[in-house]
Ligand binder design. Structure first.
Ligand code: FAD
Length: 473
């Protein structure tokens, strides 16, 4: 790791001194600080093993007060801080770039209340998404967010990235599901907006500034989430289609005929299936087709939902929208079909190198970029493939190469982002800007908007200690 690789220079922050360590030790005790090089490794390196910071200190507060005291001290001493939750960021948002202190929320994992009438859960930011969902399931509820990283990511990380995931199509994003939150700004000020009401128009909706701000405006310490009633029956259909035009026809038909019970609609191309076949030995459950769709329904009446999905399939087959399909109604088979889609990222670390892009596009242009990148990359790429959340127009575009090379990266970027913008898309659909996309913010937003964002940042964090080098170019 060198700053030269990243092409950024360290900000004028203070370097960690002994007296700083004494302060943190008095506040947290030695067992909630990590300074051992080997133990630090997993906090300094990102999920994909692509980025590496060189922080020499991880702090693990348990309470909002402790977060407040840490930030107030860091602000006073001009020490930079990198907030970290589950460290599953795909854009290098969660690891330090230089020697920022890592503030980990992993011990802030208490569930404060679950109301099974209103469906509201209030918890600390460090609750692991899957654990939170398991806890609310006991009350017949479901956290409306679901993603492949659910076993590691934390709700604070999800809120800070405005995470999307597999069921955004049905339940909407975090801006809709977070009823309230509590956050601490850079100077240690605690901003309390932890309301649990659905309707509350008293003044500015400050919570929205923290949702999706990727740790640059403050550290989220508590959240109130509107859970949904847990569905009691589910069906999953795995379908094969001849071309993308027919995928779109199937998508439209599914919305019409499955209506309120449709809870997820995912797509992948044949190159994705080849990729998971090769790396993970996962094969298509229905034979080989140019495109695959995974559709999920969730409801409360098994007969009603099954009748609907089988009727939908019959029409889709008879209209030649799809060539083949299978439906799962039992838990084990549902999981097996979902795992074809959810396990794709497991193959990422088994490549020479994989350039991953998370973009959203108007749905009719969804696969245009994949086709175009195959031509644009030519022999530079071993494989170009695409999959993602079709229901939200969110494409995960992947370019597999033998190894990382700056020349290939320069061939890809900013080309990919410019084309995305030209097709009417967004250069960051659900993962945020983090460190990797920060330099392209100006491509996505006009100067006056970026300047206004900078003014907000300046107000919340005048010294810029919170997650420096992230989001902004
Ligand atoms: P981290 O990665 O630790 O942090 C993410 C960002 O939030 C960083 O900028 C960090 O500084 C900041 N942050 C963390 N906690 C706080 C806090 N309490 N206060 C302020 N800032 C904070 N993402 C999707 O949206 N949809 C998907 O379907 C999806 N699938 C994924 C599948 C896999 C296998 C993997 C590895 C990742 C996937 N992701 C997905 C990306 C990632 O899981 C999400 O961005 C997730 O929300 C990050 O949560 P985290 O707890 O790991 O946060």
């Amino acid at each position: 790791y060198t700053s030269v690789n990243y092409n950024v220079s360290r900000g004028g922050f203070a370097h960690l001194q002994k007296q700083h360590l004494y302060f943190f030790r008095d506040l947290l005790g030695e067992h909630r600080m990590i300074s051992d090089t080997i133990e630090l490794e997993k906090y300094n390196v990102d999920w994909f093993n692509n980025l590496r910071g060189c922080s020499s200190l991880v702090l693990k507060p348990k309470t909002t007060q402790e977060v407040s005291q840490i930030l107030s001290f860091c602000n006073q001493e001009n020490l930079a801080v990198s907030p970290q939750a589950g460290n599953t960021s795909v854009v290098g948002g969660s690891v330090p770039v230089f020697d920022e202190i890592i503030l980990s929320t992993e011990l802030m994992n208490k569930i404060i209340s679950i109301d099974d009438t209103s469906g509201v859960v209030v918890c600390q930011a460090g609750c692991v998404l899957e654990n939170l969902d398991t806890a609310v399931a006991e009350k017949g509820l479901m956290v409306p967010l679901d993603l492949g990283a659910k076993g590691s990511c934390q709700i604070g990380g999800n809120v800070s990235t405005n995470a999307g995931g597999l069921r955004l199509f049905r339940y909407g994003n975090m801006h809709g599901n977070v009823l309230g939150l509590e956050a601490v700004t850079a100077d240690g000020n605690i901003i309390e907006c932890l309301g649990t009401l659905k309707k509350d128009n008293t003044g500015y909706h400050l919570k929205h500034l923290f949702i999706g701000s990727e740790g640059t405006l403050g550290i989220i310490t508590k959240v109130a989430i509107q859970c949904t009633t847990r569905p009691t029956c589910q069906n999953v259909a795995f379908l094969g289609a001849q071309n993308f035009r027919k995928v779109l026809k199937t998508f439209k038909l599914a919305k019409q005929d499955l209506g309120e019970i449709l809870s997820a609609i995912e797509v992948m191309d044949s190159a994705t299936m080849e990729f998971i076949g090769e790396k993970l030995n996962i094969n298509s459950p229905i034979g080989d087709y140019p495109f695959y769709l995974l559709l999920e329904t969730s409801g409360s009446n098994t007969n009603h939902d099954s009748e609907k999905i089988f009727k939908f399939l019959e029409i889709a087959l008879n209209s030649h929208f799809i060539l083949n399909g299978t439906v799962a109604v039992e838990h084990a088979k549902i999981n097996a079909l979902w795992s074809v889609r959810e396990r794709i990222p497991e193959g990422f670390n088994l490549c020479g190198h994989l350039f991953c892009y998370d973009v959203s596009l108007p749905v009719e242009n969804y696969f245009i970029l994949v086709d175009e990148m195959k031509i644009h990359m030519g022999s530079l790429a071993d494989r170009v493939f695409g999959f993602g959340h079709l229901g939200d127009g969110n494409l995960h575009l992947q370019i597999e190469t033998k190894e990382f090379s700056q020349q290939i990266k320069d061939h890809l970027e900013p080309y990919i982002f410019k084309r995305t913008a030209q097709f009417g898309g967004s250069i960051s659909a659900e993962h945020g800007m983090g460190f990797l996309k920060a330099k392209y913010l100006n491509l996505a937003r006009p100067p006056s908007t970026v300047n206004f964002m900078k003014d907000i940042k300046q107000m919340f964090d005048p010294k810029g200690i919170l997650n420096p080098y992230k989001v902004f170019p």
